[in-house]
Design a protein around this ligand. Structure first.
Ligand code: AGP
Length: 362
């Protein structure tokens, strides 16, 4: 049937979509670059970004996790104050809005009902909205003022992979464009850096056996798993935990390294898998002390680090990329580990129980 054709030689859409990420990066570079190597962006979006005094990112699930990284980009690169909100909570926890808010809806499908109800509300209030989506003709795209396209190609697997990395890439481009529009001096060429990301992703996709082995060693029988990280790595850990939960049904939690001692460390026992990310130089020694703390309590540690920050015994070292863009690469091992864990546990990778690809009910 049609779905077999689309899957090609891949056993699952998820694996195919993981593998497509290097190409999606190149496609994004191509689509967002003009003939003078400048960023190609709707002038109205540029103006809206420049004029707003605060960005409110609204999203759910994996797209929310991309939003957390997006906040770092917008604040660190473009100096735009940014808040990130879970769509379903927004209406009850409605924040005090700034004078000139810009709402940014991040949604792979563009159909998520929780986001739509926020958009209906912000439209009523007359606030401008930008939707970042993989489906430009979608409801959210049609009902907001501006759209940025992810260019990731159709994502079929319920577990989002390539849309997440595409969201972060597009947010990085948006942040750099805004910085330039504001006249900030910037030593960051997003297209060059995304090219490096693409190559790093490719190198990772060529090492699947290793992640299969990690999944087998750490996750084939465990009941739970922890992901820890600091800074950007913490947010990637949240995404790693979500991925693992949704397709392998292992209870997984992402934690900020420093929060462990405030409670969660009580759960660590002999053999508990702890996957730690160590890609951020300024927190490298502190995340490594957190790993020592869990090892002392018997945890089975698996450290994924960045070239240059690696230490003996790390399970995997990702190729060097710009420190702000590490999430785009460090998430791949987590996607692959989740994929193989689900396989080893005989789970339906592309269609996990109880989940729908796009959640069109509130
Ligand atoms: C991701 O793996 C999930 N299936 C889910 O969290 C998803 O990201 C969420 O429902 C948001 O969907 P959207 O991006 O289409 O709005």
């Amino acid at each position: 049937d049609a779905s077999d054709i689309e899957k090609g030689t891949y056993p699952h859409f998820m694996l195919k979509e993981i593998d497509e990420q290097p190409f999606v990066m190149r496609k994004i570079i191509q689509e967002y670059q003009d003939e003078h190597d400048d960023i190609k962006l709707d002038e109205d979006i540029r103006k809206a970004m420049k004029e707003c005094d605060r960005v409110y990112i609204i999203a759910a699930g994996t797209s929310y996790h991309a939003g957390l990284i997006g906040k770092e980009f917008l604040e660190k690169i473009a100096e735009v104050p940014t808040e990130v909100h879970v769509a379903s909570e927004f209406s009850y926890n409605f924040p005090l809005l700034s004078e000139k808010p810009l709402f940014v809806f991040i949604s792979q499908s563009g159909e998520t009902a929780d986001l739509r109800s926020v958009l209906v509300e912000t439209n009523k209030l007359g606030h401008p909205a930008l939707t970042i989506t993989n489906v430009p003709g979608s409801t959210l795209s049609r009902e907001s003022n501006y759209t940025m396209h992810l260019h990731a190609g159709p994502e079929i697997a319920v577990a989002s992979t390539k849309a997440y990395t595409a969201q972060m890439a597009v947010l990085a481009i948006l942040a750099v464009d805004t910085a330039r529009a504001k006249g900030l001096t910037l030593d960051f060429d997003p297209m060059k850096e995304l090219g490096i990301v693409s190559s790093a992703m490719e190198a990772l996709c060529d090492q699947k056996e290793l992640f299969d082995q990690i999944a087998r060693d750490y996750l084939s029988t465990t009941r739970n798993c922890f992901f820890i990280g600091r800074g950007l790595d913490y947010y990637v850990g949240l995404e790693g935990a979500l991925k693992l939960k949704e397709i392998s049904y292992i209870q997984a939690e992402g934690f900020a390294g420093g929060e462990l001692k405030h409670g969660t460390i009580a759960l660590i026992e002999d053999g508990t898998p702890v996957i730690a990310l160590a890609t951020q130089e300024h927190v490298n020694s502190s995340i490594r002390s957190n790993v020592q703390e869990v090892i002392t309590r018997g945890a089975n540690d698996c450290i994924i680090s960045l070239e240059g920050l690696d230490r003996e015994g790390d399970a995997f070292v990702i190729p060097k990329v710009h420190s702000l863009l590490t999430p785009l690469v460090s998430v791949l091992p987590l996607q692959l580990i989740s994929y193989y864990a689900a396989l080893h546990r005989d789970c339906d990778v592309d269609k996990p129980r109880n989940l729908a690809k796009s959640v069109t009910v509130e």
